[in-house]
Design a protein around this ligand. Structure first.
Ligand code: PMP
Length: 387
């Protein structure tokens, strides 16, 4: 029940159990090609967009975004909603970007108005190249609504880039309709696949930005130009080679994305919404407080909760684990010692038995720690809610 890596469905688990195929085998070519096609559907992007799957974690996807889109001296805006937006700022600066941050108090998301103001100032001080935001920041649980940000980016003529690591396939995202330029994730989150793959979809505008780059090319492994011929080949069901793909993970990805396609992306996102709401209701009934300040800025993929007064997080986690659920400690420096996190994304979102067991384990461990929480009320809410 940590916010990734998540539990796997039986189909994904068994896909991981076969011997690793060669990267040129028909089995792998079909898995890779079909996954690229499915990514366009899950990301709700268009035929001109380009999916990338590269072996590495979500941080690699962040690096790839910066490496391909940013040239030294480019001005960018980062909407800061937690630890992972802070990491994006750090990465962008390392690629030579001049970063302007739009911030909000911990637990809140910067408003579109605040972003508009910064973007309009940019026109006088030199044009911005891109706007970066984290769809759901895993350290705060804060959701940023990408739709108005995409609109502002289009108006200002800047690229709109979103970190969907804790959101893709768990929160609504309409890449083509909203006009987003880059949406990336990692395999171990709401897609429900083991860790090890960075997944990115780039719009035609984003690809054009890389193609028109004047600065030196990005590092070879990160460069879209290295991967494009390979990805085109796999989509055409031809073998190809640039750098060995993580073939076992590609089989797992094929199984995971096929499940999402069978369920339907909209139905899957609806399940996450219902699960997120049910978990929030249960935590509140228990007497706990969420870090996100309002429903409008709360993601559905995880719960980030304040510890009751007097409860030590480091001592609590093993007590929860002893009751059969593994949850995560606080991550954002401002709430690291005072919060803990429970993931409910991917396969887990559709398993009421996992959710109930997690609530029971958290409530029981808190009671054992001397906190005055109402576990009975929380379970009642969970059992009575529609799901
Ligand atoms: N962005 C977000 C929102 C994340 O939650 C994470 C990982 N928790 C990352 C980026 C980095 O991903 P990874 O740990 O797979 O490198």
């Amino acid at each position: 029940m940590i916010p990734g890596p998540v539990e796997l469905s039986p189909a994904v688990l068994s896909a991981m159990a076969s011997p690793p195929p060669s990267h040129t085998s028909p089995r792998l070519i079909e898995a890779f090609g079909a996954s690229l096609e499915r990514m366009r559907q899950i990301w709700r992007s268009d035929a001109a967009s380009q999916p990338f799957v590269v072996a590495g974690s979500g941080t690699l996807a962040m690096e790839i975004a910066a490496a391909n889109l940013i040239e030294p001296g480019d001005r960018v805006v980062v909407v800061v909603s937690g630890y992972f937006s802070d990491r994006m700022v750090e990465i962008l600066r390392r690629y030579g970007a001049e970063v302007v941050e739009v911030t909000a108090p911990v637990g809140d998301a910067p408003t579109p108005d605040a972003v508009r103001e910064i973007l309009s100032k940019g026109r006088a001080g030199g044009r911005f190249k891109a706007l970066f935001a984290t769809h759901v920041d895993t350290s705060t649980g804060v959701l940023v609504n990408p739709e108005p940000l995409c609109r502002l980016a289009r108006e200002a003529g800047v690229l709109a880039v979103f970190d969907g690591v804790c959101a893709t396939a768990g929160e609504r995202f309409e890449m083509a309709e909203w006009g987003a330029d880059l949406y990336f994730t990692a395999s171990q989150k709401a897609l429900g696949v083991p860790p090890g793959l960075a997944l990115i979809v780039a719009s035609e505008r984003a690809l054009a930005a890389r193609a028109g780059r004047k600065a030196a090319p990005p590092p070879l492994y990160l460069d879209w130009s290295s991967w494009l011929p390979i990805l085109h080949a796999y989509e055409e069901r031809r073998p190809s080679y640039f750098a060995t793909p993580a073939t076992s993970l590609l089989l797992a990805l094929e199984a995971g994305l096929a499940e999402i396609e069978t369920t339907g992306v909209e139905a899957r996102i609806e399940t996450h919404a219902r699960t997120g709401a049910a978990m929030r209701a249960a935590w509140r009934a228990m007497g706990l407080r969420l870090v996100p300040l309002t429903e409008a800025v709360t993601g559905n993929t995880l719960s980030v909760l304040y510890l009751p007064d007097g409860v030590d997080g480091a001592a609590l986690l093993p007590k929860i684990a002893a009751r059969g659920a593994i949850v995560a400690g606080g991550l954002h420096p401002a709430v690291k010692a005072t919060s803990f996190r429970v993931g409910h994304m991917g396969y887990t979102a559709s398993r009421p038995d996992f959710l109930r067991r997690a609530v029971e384990a958290v409530g029981g461990a808190l009671q054992e720690s001397g906190a005055d929480v109402n576990l009975e009320a929380a379970l009642k809410v969970l059992d009575s809610g529609p799901r």
